[in-house]
Design a binder for this molecule. Structure first.
Ligand code: BGC
Length: 435
């Protein structure tokens, strides 16, 4: 409850013009509004940058009775080489346009100038739906020369530099926004989007009158909370453990994204590894001997937490994981490792539920319904793949939100489909303006 209340306070400060600058939770306006102005139909190219992989998708948007439907018709995943992530922005965006070019070649579409929607999962200060500057990188990205610059401009420039295809970049969205929009067709009550994957974040529909950074008071606008940055002003200090400090200090962005570093898949495995090492050093685990692999930073990936906790109880799975680390665990060692994983992932689920409960209680307060019926569109590897994260998370969110009736909806291909849907609306608006 303490975390939830502090989060709500920061959200409020983030929305207000007067306090926005110093607030840790930025509450960024997305220019995605509640009153869609109609939509184009047809083929759209979607890009998805911000997780472990870069993806290119071709998405068809059509008109149905309930609104616009989408199908992903073709897609390709590209891994991002380390030097593209941490080199220069030019290198990163050249690599992205190389991937698009490869995709178009593969599907013989080089000649088509398609409208393109870009899911870019980092904090962006938008000026419009197709214009916004990157505030800071997160999740291990660090390409220089991008922060403070218009991301759509960087992409357009890279496409121009390459010169072998053309694209009409019409919209840029955060992954939380794309997720919310992609779930909206199935459930019109979906007014919140959340990601618990490599990183962690949420967006929701806020009353325009409270979005002080944008003029106008009518209707609602989607606000990208960027709650992962919570904690930067010390709000989490009393909850942070020695392991959290090590993870933070050894990261590419020390002092930043402290809330995200408790929850996100980029960090959870490393926290568990540090706890295990501490137990070894206190002679409570593996006979006091760690292997070289266990001593290696980043070696205990978050997916291993899911695997350990998926062990049916015979410890075979845990045993196999630990032997692959060059360890020879006893039955008790296996049980301790499981307990460590459970503690780390449960803490993550509960911390994350405080954030979502903060958002939902805020929405309930601003709407005059007896019970707030609301749907949350969710995506991300931690939420989807961990065996019990979502159950623990749902339980705590519901405990913290009396008077709210919450449905959780997992999005499928939310990033790609959501970006296409927003692009379809943006295209329509562009046509109306030019007419
Ligand atoms: C980014 C957010 C993003 C989240 C989930 C965070 O690191 O700052 O923009 O939504 O990760 O991908």
């Amino acid at each position: 409850k303490k975390v939830m209340r502090r989060m709500q306070k920061e959200m409020d400060r983030g929305l207000k013009l007067e306090t926005h600058q110093e607030a840790s939770v930025k509450m960024l306006p997305t220019y995605v509004r509640s009153t869609p102005e109609g939509s184009e139909v047809g083929d759209f190219l979607s890009l998805d940058l911000g997780g472990t992989n870069f993806r290119v998708m071709l998405v068809k948007v059509g008109e149905g009775e309930e609104g616009q439907w989408t199908v992903k018709t073709k897609h390709q995943m590209y891994s991002i080489p380390e030097d593209a992530m941490t080199g220069t922005a030019e290198m990163l965006f050249d690599y992205i346009s190389e991937c698009i070019s490869d995709f178009l070649d593969k599907h013989q579409m080089k000649h088509k100038k398609l409208p393109l929607g870009f899911t870019f999962s980092f904090p962006v200060r938008h000026e419009d739906i197709d214009k916004g500057i990157l505030l800071n990188w997160t999740k291990g990205f660090k390409a220089s020369g991008a922060e403070g610059n218009n991301v759509v401009g960087l992409l357009r420039d890279a496409i121009k530099r390459r010169g072998d295809f053309e694209m009409d970049v019409v919209a840029m969205v955060n992954d939380t926004v794309a997720t919310m929009i992609s779930c909206y067709y199935e459930d019109h009550r979906c007014e919140v989007g959340m990601i618990v994957g490599t990183g962690c974040n949420a967006c929701y529909m806020e009353e325009m009158q409270n979005v002080e950074l944008v003029e106008g008071n009518e209707g609602r606008m989607c606000v990208n909370t960027e709650w992962g940055a919570f904690g930067a002003s010390g709000e989490l200090d009393e909850f942070l453990l020695e392991y959290d400090h090590v993870v933070d200090e050894t990261s590419l962005n020390p002092g930043q994204q402290l809330y995200e570093k408790i929850i996100g898949g980029k960090y959870m495995g490393e926290i568990a590894r540090l706890v295990l090492l501490k137990l070894v050093n206190e002679n409570l685990l593996f006979n006091g001997e760690a292997s070289e692999k266990l001593k290696t930073r980043g070696s205990f990936e978050t997916r291993l937490i899911s695997q350990v906790e998926s062990d049916p109880g015979d410890r075979k799975q845990i045993y196999n994981i630990l032997t692959s680390f060059g360890l020879l665990p006893s039955a008790t060692d296996c049980d301790i490792v499981r307990m460590v994983c459970e503690r780390v992932s449960t803490r993550a689920a509960q911390m994350c539920s405080a954030g979502l409960a903060g958002v939902i209680n805020r929405m309930r307060d601003s709407r005059s319904e007896e019970t707030l019926k609301i749907t949350v569109g969710v995506d991300g590897s931690v939420y989807k793949l961990h065996p019990s994260f979502k159950d623990r998370f749902h339980t705590t969110v519901r405990q913290l939100t009396p008077g709210c009736d919450i449905t959780f909806l997992q999005s499928e291909e939310g990033s790609g489909r959501g970006a296409a849907l927003i692009s379809a609306v943006a295209c329509k608006m562009a046509c109306m303006i030019s007419q």
